[in-house]
Ligand binder design. Structure first.
Ligand SMILES: [Zn+2]
Length: 351
């Protein structure tokens, strides 16, 4: 057996084949922080249940806002958490820079607050750093706007101490217009302050569960996606106005999961590409952010084709949980303590 292996290795060396050589590829230890522009404000927008290929199923002019945001640094081949394609575990990854399982995983596996009332930190058994706390440490105002009740788990976890770590939140179940009105009021009232805002929009997910993640012409799901695009149009108009006053904002767009297998769902058979392929865009009002994210991060991110790489795979794919440390990086703030995804803030968002 040894002789066969030696012969293979010798042959591989002659042919210049790298795949037999352990340690030849890019190494995790080589990763360094990316040089990024710094923005006054960063907004992470999670479009619940947005499968990437929906963005290819409509004409660009039917999704003007998402197509504008996609002109930033972008990929349609980002990934959910490697083991979960449901809402709360993935969103908790987006704000902690961790996957669910394994060492330093955030360990929140449930798609609802737990019936015994435990918080995320009680479940983990130790404090868990997150973007709202990271913003506060950097004297940036954090705010949360969400359209599902289950997000109450976050303030329930992090507003227990002496100081609320999520001092501003609006959470109204499936009432997107109401939440967006408050979000817009917040943007106007805080136009000259530094903010890190997390905004969750439920509508595509709700439509998918009701009528299926159907990409055929005029489907209810695609119709809802166009309505969400119109909501984003209002947000971008407001950000353009604020940018005209010299205050620039970076927007990160991603999703917690796609959907469609089994029909009208995205779990049960979660590890199907239709459920785990999601978009990831980073766009700035100043036009500085651009490029194919896998091309501009070739040393430390690998396009996984249609596969779901294991949590320990290196280079990893771009995941929705990259958003946490990217958002802090775009504010000029350091990464979250003990985070594992984009932990060196290596993810580049300009060529
Ligand atoms: Zn969801």
């Amino acid at each position: 057996m040894m002789a066969v292996r030696s012969a293979l290795l010798a042959g591989a060396q002659v042919l210049g084949i790298a795949w037999l050589c352990t340690g030849c590829g890019p190494q995790k230890d080589d990763v360094a922080p990316a040089a990024q522009p710094v923005y006054q404000d960063v907004i992470i927008i999670s479009i619940d249940g947005l499968r990437s290929d929906a963005l290819l199923s409509l004409k660009p002019e039917q999704l003007p806002s998402l197509m504008r945001l996609k002109r930033g640094a972008h990929t349609l081949n980002a990934r959910t958490d490697p083991a979960f394609t449901v809402t709360l575990p993935n969103h908790t990854g987006m704000i902690t820079g961790r996957v669910v399982e394994g060492e330093q995983g955030h360990q929140w596996r449930w798609n609802e607050p737990h019936e015994d009332g435990r918080t995320i930190e009680e479940n983990l058994g130790e404090p868990l750093d997150h973007i709202f706390a990271g913003a506060l440490r950097g004297e940036v105002q954090p705010a949360l706007f969400a359209t599902k009740d289950k997000f109450l788990l976050w303030p329930d976890t992090w507003n227990l101490g002496e100081e609320d770590q999520i001092p501003y939140s609006t959470i109204v179940h499936k009432e997107t217009p109401e939440v967006l009105r408050d979000f817009d009021r917040y943007l106007v009232a805080n136009a000259d302050k530094r903010d890190l805002i997390f905004l969750h929009i439920h509508d595509c997910d709700t439509r998918g569960h009701a009528d299926g993640w159907n990409l055929t012409k005029d489907s209810a799901y695609l119709d809802t996606l166009q309505k969400v695009d119109l909501m984003l149009c209002g947000i971008l108009e407001r950000l353009d106005q604020i940018a005209a006053q010299g205050h620039h904002t970076a927007v990160i767009i991603t999703a917690d999961h796609g959907g469609g297998v089994p029909y009208k769902n995205h779990h049960g058979q979660g590890m199907q590409w239709i459920n785990y392929v999601i978009p990831f865009f980073a766009w700035g009002t100043d036009g500085q952010l651009s490029g194919d994210l896998y091309k501009i991060n070739a040393e430390h991110r690998e396009d996984p084709s249609l596969l779901m790489p294991l949590p320990e795979a290196w280079p990893p794919p771009i995941r929705n949980s990259d958003a946490a440390n990217l958002s802090l990086s775009l504010l000029g703030l350091p990464p979250l303590s003990a985070s594992t995804v984009n932990a060196e803030q290596e993810l580049r968002v300009q060529p």
